[in-house]
Design a binder for this molecule. Structure first.
Ligand code: NAD
Length: 425
């Protein structure tokens, strides 16, 4: 990342924590809840910052900073991903942990919200360096994670391989294999079938359920997707299979546009081999800014937070924005989209498919009893459809947008769990 990009990222991530608060406060204030829980819910229960010295391949030692933020566990153990990215910081993991609390409550999983991350560029680490960093980070946060305490999972920059190292490090420390300590593991190591594509699949289910309320099919809709990692790629592939036309895709550095439809499998192969879409031989090159404002029916931000800003929002032509990433829309951009009549399917609903199948994986690991792909996908669809129906009904009843409806449901569930438990001591 260029220095200017890094500076921009740092300031935007400090703002991201404020954005998470703004979204929460805007809804909480309208809910007639006891003000005491506002303060409890507005801050994380615990944030651990750790320093991870790692021996690099050249023999030198590099010290990486890592975090684990645990927001609220009134409804169950903390749960949330681990991100490896240069822009990770304390504010960012606190905001993501808070979003995770609302998401887990909205889809009614028995979890609280957490998030972790390490400040690093995973693309610049060798396989061995990444393994040593993951193991050291895991051992540093070990006192606060565990199958009954806090269960990490993959997020941007991490994958099933990284989760294998988390599993193994934790298991070595406690003296036995503990499948329930982490989700998003490879299938041959206690992972769940369907977890890898679960977030993208959930995006597809939520979008399809929304379109059904408009009596519109997915077929022939023109979709642009920002971010071509785990979430963006699988969302693109599944939507393409359902008959939608993926006309634009970008990643951090570059992107492609093809009015006739991108061959998602071929672009995915190219991206996995090269790590970017630069010089992709089909379609036209497109920048991230051009993708966000391109002429399409549906825009899916699936990259990082705060990419849909107040500068971009007035120029967005899509009538539907599906937040596959966490926190892609800033609050001021959200207002502009609302005023312009754009429907936003919010992150805590749209990307909840990943944590839902993580929940299935946790249950399978605790029971050592594994489900078929059909069972996983059927149960996922039930949960996503149920969550969408609840949000849709709340939006109708309160005559509000989907984000307000989703937050209202999620906050009321968490606040109720806090109230029922009372305060300790
Ligand atoms: P990933 O690391 O696999 O992919 C991220 C993609 O976004 C890459 O293609 C990258 O090049 C691109 N990108 C990064 N910064 C960008 C920028 N500024 N502009 C444009 N593109 C950019 O990550 P992922 O797992 O796909 O996660 C993507 C988003 O979805 C994150 O917000 C993450 O928190 C959220 N999310 C992920 C999961 C999951 O299961 N992995 C679940 C829920 C939510």
């Amino acid at each position: 990342m260029e220095n200017t990009d890094l500076l921009r990222a740092k300031s935007s991530h400090a703002e991201f924590w404020q954005h998470a608060h703004q979204y929460f406060d805007r809804v909480y204030q309208t809910m007639n809840l006891d003000p005491i829980w506002r303060e409890v819910l507005a801050s994380p229960k615990r944030v651990l910052a750790v320093s991870c010295p790692v021996k690099m391949d050249d023999g030198k030692i590099q010290v990486f900073t890592g975090y684990r933020a645990q927001h609220n566990n009134a409804r169950g153990p903390f749960k949330g991903g681990i991100r490896f990215d240069v822009s990770v910081n304390r504010d960012e993991v606190m905001a993501l942990a808070m979003l995770q609390t609302w998401k887990n409550a909205l889809v009614d999983l028995p979890f609280g919200g957490a998030k972790g991350g390490v400040v690093c560029d995973p693309k610049k680490l060798s396989f061995g360096e990444k393994e040593r960093l993951t193991r050291r980070y895991t051992s540093e946060i070990l006192p606060i994670i565990g199958p009954a305490h806090d269960i990490p999972a993959p997020d941007a920059g991490t994958d099933a391989q990284v989760m294998s190292w988390v599993l193994d490090t934790y298991s070595m420390m406690v003296g036995h294999q503990e499948l329930g300590v982490v989700t998003g593991k490879p299938v041959h190591l206690g992972g769940s079938v369907g977890r890898e594509e679960a977030t993208g699949r959930g995006v597809m289910y939520v979008l399809r359920a929304f379109l059904a309320t408009q009596h519109k099919p997915l077929e022939n809709t023109r979709i642009a997707i920002q971010g071509f990692g785990n979430v963006g790629f699988h969302a693109a592939q599944l939507l393409d299979e359902m008959g939608a036309t993926i006309i634009g895709i970008t990643e951090r550095k570059s992107g492609i546009f093809d009015e006739n439809g991108i061959d998602v499998a071929a672009a995915g192969l190219y991206y996995r081999e090269r790590g970017d879409l630069v010089d992709y031989p089909h379609g036209d090159a497109i920048t991230n800014e051009e993708l966000l404002t391109c002429d399409c029916d549906i825009l899916i931000p699936a990259a990082m937070e705060s990419t849909v800003t107040a500068e971009v929002a007035p120029h967005i032509k899509a009538r539907i924005v599906v937040e596959a990433a966490n926190g892609p829309t800033t609050p001021d951009a959200d207002e502009i989209l609302r005023d312009n009549g754009v429907t936003v399917l919010p992150d805590i609903l749209a990307n909840a498919g990943g944590v839902t199948v993580s929940y299935f994986e946790w249950v399978q690991g605790l029971q050592n009893f594994f489900w078929s792909a059909e069972e996983v996908n059927n149960e996922l669809q039930k949960i996503m459809d149920r969550a969408f129906a609840a949000v849709n009904a709340k939006a109708d009843e309160a005559d509000c947008d989907y984000r307000t409806a989703a937050y209202t449901i999620a906050i009321s569930r968490v606040a109720e769990a806090c109230r029922l438990k009372g305060l300790f001591p």
